[in-house]
Design a binder for this molecule. Structure first.
Ligand SMILES: Nc1ncnc2c1ncn2[C@@H]1O[C@H](COP(=O)(O)OP(=O)(O)OP(=O)(O)O)[C@@H](O)[C@H]1O
Length: 298
């Protein structure tokens, strides 16, 4: 299958700061990727190399099978929504939409208008007069209505309230189902975004430490709940990554195969089983692989 993004042993240094260290990964068409990691992990640097705003110090970056640098065939297929997008001072919301309509080949104006209503964004308000959350909504509208074959959202929801974030997730999932494309979402809100993510790439201190399908990560652990007397023997020779006690009951998150014997044994003991959050697992896996106590989410 043709790859949308290919990184081969890519390193990026800013002077003596090496932000990205010898990273290799590929991204396929028609998938939603989560690019996750702590502050300063190197996520934005990776997105800037994909979108040809930064050169790699070494290694090879290919997008749609070609180098993206000064390559209009590639760049015309990309839409990059940054955390703090800047617009000319005199621009109104409607001017941003006009520029986007001219820029993106697959732009859908009717869809943009629907999204404008969903996010209650006023057409004629000057962009510099928008609230922080409204500015984020504008970026989200441009990103979704661009329908670009590769759309990148870099922490797109600064200042957005929970309702607006919910609208973003819902619209993205609905629209993606009708118009499959590759989406890269960089976020700290892993639990919130996890229902949309199909594949997860975790960066820690510039290194790639996890590159896996979200479902396969989720299936690696689960939570068992029950009376202490049943839960503790079950947990005795297992890896416990989280523990909560309430009265005589215990809830443990254990590493194990959610779809296999580990689950059957727990069921046989009458323990309740619940899926574990992607965030909790990633925090755990990050700790393991980086050899330090990391906290992926804020
Ligand atoms: N222009 C620059 N000059 C020097 N160092 C930089 C520059 N841009 C980024 N860095 C450094 O590179 C590292 C990675 O930064 P990057 O912005 O890619 O991280 P990030 O994962 O996107 O972080 P966040 O989640 O906080 O946005 C950090 O140590 C940062 O300080």
């Amino acid at each position: 299958m043709n790859k949308v993004v290919e990184f081969q042993q890519v390193t990026k240094a800013y002077g003596d700061v090496t932000a990205v260290k010898d990273i290799s990964f590929t991204m396929e068409p028609g998938k939603i990727y989560g690019l996750l990691g702590r502050n300063g992990a190197g996520k934005t640097t990776i997105m800037h190399m994909i979108t040809a705003q930064l050169f790699a110090s070494s290694g090879e970056v290919n997008v749609f099978g070609e180098t993206p640098y000064e390559n209009n065939r590639v760049l015309s297929k990309l839409c990059f929504i940054k955390e703090s997008q800047k617009y000319p001072d005199n621009f109104r919301v409607i001017d941003v939409l006009k520029v986007a309509a001219a820029l993106y080949t697959d732009w859908d104006q009717a869809y943009a208008e629907t999204l404008m209503r969903d996010f209650s964004l006023p057409h004629t308000r000057r962009v510099k007069k928008l609230s922080r959350g409204m500015l984020s909504s504008l970026g989200i509208i441009v990103g979704l209505a661009s329908r670009a074959p590769l759309t990148l959202f870099d922490e797109p929801y600064l200042g957005l309230d929970a309702v607006a974030r919910g609208i973003f997730y819902d619209r993205l999932i609905e629209d993606y189902a009708e118009h499959p494309r590759t989406i890269i979402l960089s976020t700290h809100l892993i639990d919130e975004a996890s229902r949309m993510l199909e594949h997860v790439i975790v960066i820690d201190q510039g290194k790639l430490i996890l590159d896996e399908e979200a479902d396969s990560i989720r299936g690696r652990a689960f939570t068992v709940v029950g009376p202490k007397s049943s839960v503790e023997p079950y947990a005795a020779d297992r890896e416990v990554i989280h523990r909560e006690t309430f009265g005589g009951f215990v809830s443990l998150t254990v590493m194990g195969n959610l779809y296999g014997d580990d689950r059957k044994q727990a069921e046989a003991l009458g323990l309740e089983i619940a899926p574990v959050s992607l965030q909790q697992l990633i925090v755990h896996l990050t700790n393991d692989k980086s050899g330090r106590k990391a906290e992926v989410a804020q």
